[in-house]
Design a protein around this ligand. Structure first.
Ligand code: GLA
Length: 396
């Protein structure tokens, strides 16, 4: 029996699965992983810092069947492509294609000695791609979770998170931190997650918004340099850490205080960029640590101010904003009832996350949409967020 899942028709998808891959006796299982939105704490995860994401109620659905024929078939309802690979080819990248995400995950299982002897996979996603909402982590995590179940590998959820991250780092080649895979796997409905990315200690914090709403605005800006610019930021943080280690007993930038950074500013005389990156990281970590209690104590205005400061730092010190994102944030902040607006995720395009009074949502969407279009010629999409649960099996 199919369970209703926002935006998906599971019966129809099962029909499509059979059209693509044919009928046989092997059962088809269904799994779902959400996307995520990060409320505050961006570009801190890969330096062992703090983040505060929540799951959303859209994401990736996977219909999957074990085939035992040593063939690996991938299709998606979002892209017109079908790939069938023999076992000899599944440890190699498949061009620049989205199937590298599930392939990287399969490769992780094989590296651990599991006999993954053939699968048919149909993916269907309803989180926009390249919008900073972790569509790729949701594909990785749903694949890892499904294979773990289907092949009875008995791996823990945390291990699946780490394998999904390794798929992204080692197979796809994006040097991202653990936030997205962790959030997509472990999110809880109506909660956000306060996560320390170094120790992986985390706490679920109720997202009681009362009279407020969280609205995402998708800039729909093409993100072409995303991967290389992201990896460049990772390298710049490594440079900063390397310089600071000459004077300070630290292993990650996440351990660095703003005071220690300022006291050692002279180390950066030849590398102001590395200084700016470290400055963002230290201040952003403090912001997350202040934002979580603010939310818990219902101090929404303070939470909004912290969101605003986060965007300004991502723009001025980390240089990952863009003109369209700044236009969206500027338009949002001039609307009545908006208490915070910032880019979310990696930046370079994608979405902003906005905290506003609930009864202002319609006016916000209309006015910000119009201003944005007038200034940039681009059309924004808007989504009101419902914090959703992490990866799970959804069908029979
Ligand atoms: C991307 C990465 C994450 C994180 C964010 C920025 O979403 O996948 O690991 O670094 O950017 O906070």
């Amino acid at each position: 029996m199919a369970i209703a899942l926002q935006g998906f028709n599971l019966d129809r998808l099962l029909e499509r699965f059979h059209q693509k891959f044919g009928n046989n006796d092997h059962p088809v299982k269904q799994f779902f992983a959400p996307g995520r939105v990060n409320l505050v704490g961006d570009h801190t995860d890969y330096t062992g810092g703090y983040v505060f994401p929540c799951g959303i109620d859209t994401g990736s659905l996977l219909l999957i069947r074990r085939t035992r024929d040593e063939q690996y078939r991938f299709a998606s309802t979002n892209f017109d492509m079908f790939a069938q690979l023999p076992k000899e080819q599944i440890n190699q990248k498949y061009g620049d294609n989205w199937i590298n995400y599930p392939l990287g995950v399969v490769d992780q299982f094989i590296q651990r000695g599991f006999n993954i002897d053939g699968i048919d996979c149909l993916f269907s996603g309803n989180v926009p791609n390249a919008a900073g909402l972790s569509s790729s982590a949701s594909v990785e995590v749903v694949t890892a979770f499904a294979i773990n179940k289907l092949f009875d590998c008995q791996l823990s959820l945390l291990e699946l998170v780490k394998m999904s991250l390794a798929a992204e780092n080692d197979f796809v080649g994006m040097q991202c931190g653990i936030m997205d895979q962790f959030a997509v796997a472990m999110a809880q409905e109506n909660h956000a997650m306060f996560l320390h990315c170094e120790t992986l200690e985390h706490r679920q914090v109720p997202l009681s918004l009362d009279n407020y709403a969280i609205v995402l605005a998708n800039s729909n800006q093409r993100r072409e340099l995303n991967e290389s610019a992201y990896n460049e930021r990772v390298a710049e943080c490594e440079r900063a850490l390397h310089l600071l280690k000459q004077r300070l007993p630290i292993n990650t930038l996440g351990e660095l205080s703003a005071d220690d950074l300022e006291a050692n500013k002279a180390l950066f005389h030849d590398d102001n960029i590395a200084y700016l990156r470290a400055k963002h990281v230290t201040t952003e970590n403090s912001r997350v640590q202040a934002a979580v209690p603010a939310l818990e104590q219902g101090k929404m205005e303070l939470f909004g101010d912290i969101m605003n400061a986060s965007h300004d730092s991502l723009r001025d010190a980390y240089h990952v904003s863009s003109d369209p994102l700044d236009q969206l944030v500027g338009a949002a902040r001039s609307q009545p009832g908006v208490i915070g607006s910032r880019l979310t995720g990696a930046g370079f395009g994608g979405c902003t996350v906005n905290l506003l009074e609930k009864d202002q949502c319609d006016a916000f969407i209309r006015n910000v949409g119009n201003t944005y279009e007038a200034k940039t010629g681009l059309t924004a999409d808007f989504y009101i967020i419902h914090p959703g649960a992490g990866v799970r099996q959804v069908g029979a």
